[in-house]
Design a protein around this ligand. Sequence first.
Ligand code: KG4
Ligand code: ZN
Length: 349
Amino acid sequence: MIILGIETSCDETAVALVDDKKNILSHQLFSQMEEHAVYGGVVPEVAARSHLKILAPLVEKTLKDADLSFNGLDGIAVTCGPGLIGGVMVGVMMAKSIAITHNKPFLAVNHLAGHALMPRMTENLAFPYLLLLVSGGHCQTVVVKSPVDYDVLGSTQDDAVGECFDKCAKMMGLPYPGGPHVEKQAQFGNPRAYDFPRPLWRRTDGGLGCQFSFSGLKSAVRRAIEKEMEKTKKEALSPEVISNMCASLQAAIADTLKDRLKNAFDVCQEKKYEISALVVSGGVAANVFLRQILEVLAAYKNVPFYAPPLDLCTDNGVMIAWAGLEKYRLGLMDSYDFKPRPRWPLDTL
Ligand code: KG4
Ligand code: ZN
């Protein structure tokens, strides 16, 4: 069984082919990063136009790379949301055109389910598992019970964790997207140089145990930057200050995620979930420092820890093809008039 996966929900145009033996037959990705970098963030209109230009040749390239034609495919999977609706529509129209023309099953994939199921392709991972989903638009603790059944234990009340990395990096004068730059700079810095807050630290009252909040941390970083600039009377931060600030920010984020996850483990126990593993997925899961902290937590909780390989953490077509394949195996094909959705929470699948 071979599934084609298409991803266009943000700033990556991605297409891949995956089979049911967990082989990646082709994996193509075109990043629009440079186009958006000048604006310091993703511009939806620019993204949609760029997807439109790139997608058709990228689909052709993917098939050619695997030496396949449309006839050799068993299904067409595509991100139908959540995401920037202009881009999502470009991908969905392409997938529907292929599916209708070649009379193939159409598989509507939730982008978050794509991130959530990715580790099932790279590992032998059984349901249910505890997932920390951390990306540019999302931050959630979720129990993954099946490809279409998710118990969202908590999510962010304001910014997503990747957004916090990106906005803080921008304030420090680092390029977009900031997450990988913060990680790189943090290697040379002192994580205790700045005493940044750990939002909701140890709070479990009022249902807050598995929730996240990053706006306060972002404000604390802004105040620290302003203070440094006042001190030096300069418009830019020194490399040493940037490294120290990045290390302190990364440590605050990792501590916060660990604290929230500890509560998530408690909730799993209360709800009697026998979780098979702790899994981290989404763009921020590419952060090696964070992975190390989570690995220690998983060992302490006596469960294995899994994270997809770095290039499968950030947005890609493989995760969409794989999530589509999981649906296909359950016989969950979608109708050709499935509507793209800008918002599509995991617990409503
Ligand atoms: O999953 P993703 O590719 O796109 C969304 O669905 O949002 O995630 C992108 C996010 C960006 O905020 C980016 O800065 C962050 O993932 N990111 C990282 C790292 N690599 C990517 N954050 C921290 N450390 C990294 N190494
Ligand atoms: Zn994503």
